[in-house]
Design a protein around this ligand. Structure first.
Ligand code: NAI
Length: 246
């Protein structure tokens, strides 16, 4: 339990039916926010929302389809009465060496990871501007800072999120809307479970804190950036990686 009060705030977290997004939604709910759980499967999102409680609602949305994202933001605002905290977390990988990446794998990753965040931010910022309060938090990756062999599409999408974050931070600062990014390192989720055991061991040895992170390590950083304690922080990338990328 962390000592952050988000009572009265509505938070939308994309890709929150599992992994890091689920931990973020749970933590924001523990801090008192009403959360909108989003996954491609509406029934699953509703189940997760019911488990979280606190007025959480579930929504189905494929974030790589712009019209669905715009409709999602409208639905959350209508059903929850507001949208104060937007966490663009949903993301995918389609890893391959650069020479072997197909156009469709490039487009799929850019659309799911980067365009989705732009469309959600554009839609959500209108209400935030009217209310003169907002928090937009983009989940990028250390790979967006460092690059990675076999992940040109993913790294480009995550680096793009950092440019989006800083530009949105500059455009919306005068309306008291803060936009920051959180860059996780290697976190124990389904995404990293797919790695070969030798690759996991090799990776852990590169991390100064000598362990993979947990989804809640990332969630606590998001809760802090959502809170009034972070009210003078915008346009930043908070790296949560056990020291890997420093
Ligand atoms: P995950 O694969 O466990 O969960 C991703 C979530 O996003 C799932 O709920 C999935 O259904 C959802 N999602 C994916 N595409 C979607 C779409 N088109 N529409 C709606 N929902 C969609 O992944 P994980 O590990 O929890 O990652 C969450 C975020 O953190 C991603 O953006 C990822 O790139 C980022 N990240 C993860 C790291 C890790 O080590 N696990 C490290 C750095 C960043």
């Amino acid at each position: 339990m962390i000592n952050i009060d988000l009572t009265g705030k509505v938070a939308l977290v994309t890709g929150s039916t599992r992994g890091i997004g689920h931990a973020i939604a749970l933590t924001l709910a523990e801090c008192g926010a009403r959360v909108a759980i989003v996954g491609r499967d509406a029934a699953k999102a509703e189940d997760v929302a019911a488990q979280i409680g606190g007025g959480a609602l579930g929504f189905g949305c494929d974030v790589s389809v712009p019209a669905e994202v715009t409709a999602l933001v409208a639905a959350v605002e209508e059903r929850c009465g507001s949208l104060d905290i937007l966490v663009n977390n949903a993301g995918i990988t389609r890893d391959n060496l650069m020479l072997r990446i197909k156009d469709e794998d490039w487009d799929a990753v850019i659309n799911a990871n980067l365009r989705s965040a732009f469309v959600a931010t554009r839609a959500a910022s209108r209400g935030m501007m009217k209310r003169r309060w907002g928090r937009i938090i983009n989940i990028t990756s250390v790979v967006g800072l460092m690059g990675n062999k076999g992940q040109t599409n993913y790294a480009a999408s995550k680096a793009g999120l950092i440019g989006l974050t800083k530009s949105v931070a500059r455009e919306l600062a005068s309306r008291n809307i803060l936009c920051n990014a959180v860059a996780p390192g290697f976190i124990e989720t389904d995404m990293t479970a797919a790695m070969a055991p030798e690759a996991r061991t090799a990776m852990s040895q590169e991390i100064p804190l000598e362990r993979l992170g947990s989804p809640s390590d990332v969630a606590r950083a998001v809760a802090f950036l959502s809170s009034d304690s972070a009210s003078y922080i915008t346009g930043q990338v908070l790296v949560v990686d056990g020291g890997l990328a420093m």
